[in-house]
Design a protein around this ligand. Structure first.
Ligand code: ADP
Length: 402
């Protein structure tokens, strides 16, 4: 029997998301989510393609090991268990791969040790990713398991973009450099955008704007990332749902010396209580637009600050690339918020960028163009699919041998 299925696992700090895909037709055979792991009431929702609607459970789930054992049980109940011969591999999302992991990698002891070594630069994410990997390795030690890194797509950035202008010895000692995140999405969306233009990725330059709750921009030349807005951590760059993005780093010293705040308090302020939520109390773009329509000035200002930063990055990456074939919007805000796309591109006609109001306002599921027909630079909406990209990369690495 041929093995054509890939289980994709995304183990977050308190959640596990998963999808089982059949790579013959990229169909989802099952999807699910375990939330609030380690809290008093955890939630588990499993949705098989066949066999009725979603199944839900609530109750305490102590840790990632318990969560993944439950996932394995639910899959087995649908005849899709981890012991099924059709399962070719498990693909794990791993947030931080440092400089070393430039591509998806089959997991062995050395790879585990390296992901562990990177914990100081990804203290929230890599331990959760490791817990997921260790559990599934214990359940199926013989099955190929692949780490797909959020940082990998950005490892092609030249040193001029990846290095901060700080003392080189200090930076190297503490592995301080710009790594970038959301790489799986930037890779997928830039490739799909080339497809939408009927071209090979090697022929096109694309600015990708991944605007979800977390948000990042990337400049992709001929299929390779040459710059991205997130840095050592996901805090740098665009204004996000709850993160500040770019800021004078001296704000931090000021808050310490004058505001009397600790490093942990400032970390929480900048990562959880800044960005849109810090500016206006809401981080959901739908709610912000409703408030703007009702005349709310704070929501308006938050939106304007968000757009101003976005425009700056479009301009900066235009200059980095020299020639731009397309600007692609993706993720929750980028795919759904027509006013964000319109405002981000407004006034950039001189750069060949324009939006067709009707196309932009129309809803659609797949990748689509929202620029006028003869625009010099295409503006595209390209739904991201990180799970499919992880499954595709995993299967490309191990599928041929199974
Ligand atoms: P993440 O994966 O970073 O959690 P998503 O890519 O799912 O985020 O994006 C979530 C965000 O997308 C929400 O916070 C909200 O601001 C925005 N969003 C979702 N749907 C819409 C919509 N229909 N219109 C405008 N914004 C939306």
């Amino acid at each position: 029997m041929s093995s054509t299925r890939v289980l994709v696992l995304n183990s977050g700090s308190s959640s596990v998301k998963y999808q089982l895909l059949d790579m013959r037709d990229e169909r989802r055979l099952a999807t699910g989510l375990v939330e609030r792991i380690g809290e008093r009431v955890s939630r588990f929702r499993h949705t098989p393609l066949h066999g009725g609607g979603p199944r839900e459970r609530t109750g305490p789930i102590a840790d990632h090991e318990a969560a993944l054992k439950m996932v394995a049980e639910e899959l087995a109940a649908d005849g899709l268990g981890l012991d099924s011969p059709e399962l070719a591999a498990i693909g794990h999302r791993v947030v931080h791969g440092g400089k070393r992991f430039t591509a998806p990698t089959v997991i062995d002891d050395a790879v585990l040790a390296e992901i562990e070594r990177l914990i100081p630069v990804a203290p929230l994410h890599n331990p959760a990713n490791l817990a997921g990997i260790r559990t599934t390795l214990a359940l199926r030690p013989d099955l190929p398991q692949v780490a797909v890194f959020d940082t990998a797509f950005h490892t092609t950035m030249p040193e001029s973009a990846a290095r901060y202008a700080i003392d080189v010895e200090t930076a190297d000692e503490h592995r301080i450099r710009r790594y970038g995140f959301h790489g799986t999405s930037h890779a997928y969306v830039s490739r799909m955008t080339a497809g939408l233009l009927g071209k090979d990725p090697s022929e096109v330059n694309v600015i990708v704007l991944h605007l979800g709750n977390g948000a990042s921009a990337s400049a992709v030349r001929g299929g390779k990332c040459v710059d991205t807005s997130m840095g050592l951590t996901p805090l740098e760059g665009l204004v996000m749902g709850t993160r500040s993005g770019d800021m004078d780093p001296a704000v931090i010293f000021h808050l310490m010396r004058v505001g009397g705040m600790s490093a942990d308090e400032i970390d929480t302020l900048l990562n959880k209580r800044s960005g849109l939520i810090g500016l206006c109390g809401d981080n959901d773009m739908r709610e912000i637009r409703r408030r703007i329509d009702g005349g709310d000035e704070r929501a308006r200002l938050a939106f304007d600050i968000y757009i101003h930063r976005l425009k700056k990055y479009i301009g900066a990456y235009y200059a980095v690339l020299g020639r731009v074939d397309a600007v692609a919007f993706t993720a929750g805000v980028g795919e759904n918020a027509a006013p964000v796309r319109e405002a981000a591109v407004a006034g950039l006609e001189g750069l060949g960028l324009a939006i067709d109001g009707e196309l932009n306002a129309a809803r659609g599921d797949g990748p689509r163009l929202v620029s006028p027909e003869h625009a010099r630079v295409a503006v595209a909406v390209v739904p991201t699919d990180e799970e499919l990209e992880i499954a595709t990369q995993t299967y490309a690495l191990v599928g041929k041998n199974s």
